[in-house]
Design a protein around this ligand. Structure first.
Ligand code: FMN
Length: 301
């Protein structure tokens, strides 16, 4: 089940997605983190953030959920001082440090601090958060801005930089190419799809933030399509596929579309054992589909 993500070797392709496992402590109560391929930590910003007002989660039945958490996190200094060392006490595998910002200097600052002060294996740069104003997704919807963030981050780190892309664009390949041309070592896609629910009795948006990010099984076909488009537009660039993955079969599908590894988001919130179950099911599904090595199926479709 071993996969290569650029120069990093993962024992399997299953990674809990940023924002759905905190810095590991919550998930540790349910499962041994060391079974995971890697862990993507909560989006980290320069300063601490309380996040958006509540309600900031809206359920959408079996198809998924909306969130507008708004990058709640303790800030980069606390992440370096406490969160990553605490994660290291319980987890020895690769850490994917997810970073967010509100301007280019922020992104570079946080990446430089994380690079210098932690042993994160990969920096995952979120230019796709739909739930914050003045930043986040603004950088992921313009090829020029996406390239600027990529260049600024690459200038301050020697770690592999994976840019996390937004699905809320007309042509994701233009953004992906811009990042790769600016030096990105890999890409992660997709973040959440901008959405809304209305409480018809109160005649108000369910989310205090009005709009939020839609994730879960309903976005799987969108994520799959975008991973496939980007893998063809940027051959040779490792991709972490993300969006709506729930089962081992979905991991295989994502890899056939072009992903080298797969992040699991909303499924963890519905079933805290989702990653464990997927890892346990993978060998069986591989056997059924006569897949000897996962590397043989990456991007075959
Ligand atoms: C509650 C919640 C918080 C999230 N926080 C972050 C975050 O801090 N940084 C980030 O890049 N993505 C964040 N995401 C997006 C997920 O990492 C993932 O890209 C998205 O949910 C799609 O995957 P899924 O359909 O498996 O949930 C968050 C998602 C959820 C549901």
């Amino acid at each position: 089940m071993v996969v290569q993500l650029g120069h990093i070797t993962l024992k399997n392709p299953v990674i809990p997605a940023s924002g759905t496992c905190g810095f590991g402590q919550e998930m540790h109560e349910w499962l041994d983190l060391n079974i995971l391929g890697a862990i993507a930590t909560k989006g980290t910003t320069r300063l601490p953030r309380y996040g958006n007002p509540v309600p900031r989660i809206a359920e959408c039945g079996a198809t998924g959920m909306l969130n507008a958490v708004g990058l709640q996190n303790p800030g980069v200094e606390e992440v370096i001082r406490h969160e990553i060392p605490a994660l290291r006490q319980i987890y020895q595998g690769p850490i994917i440090a997810n970073v967010s910002g509100f301007n280019i200097e922020d992104y570079a600052y946080v990446c430089e601090r994380v690079d210098k002060e932690t042993d994160a294996a990969i920096l995952e740069v979120n230019i796709s958060c739909p739930n914050v104003h003045n930043g986040g997704m603004a950088f992921g919807t313009s090829p020029k801005a996406a390239a600027e963030v990529t260049r600024a981050v690459k200038a301050v780190t020697t770690k592999p930089v994976f840019m996390k892309l937004s699905p809320n664009v007309t042509d994701i390949t233009a953004i992906a190419r811009a990042c790769v041309e600016a030096g990105a070592d890999g890409l992660c896609l997709i973040n959440t799809v901008l959405g809304m629910r209305i409480d018809i009795r109160r005649r108000k948006p369910v989310l205090a933030n009005r709009y939020g990010g839609y994730s879960g099984p309903g976005i799987f076909p969108i994520a799959l399509r975008m991973v496939n488009q980007v893998s063809k537009a940027c051959p040779g660039t490792p991709i972490i596929g993300c969006g709506g993955v729930q089962r081992a079969e979905d991991v295989i599908e994502m890899m056939m579309a072009g992903a080298s590894a797969v992040e699991i988001g909303a499924a963890n919130l519905q079933n805290p054992n989702a990653c464990k179950q997927i890892i346990e099911q993978l060998p069986e599904v591989m056997q059924e589909l006569q897949i000897d090595h996962l590397r043989d199926i990456i991007g075959i479709v």
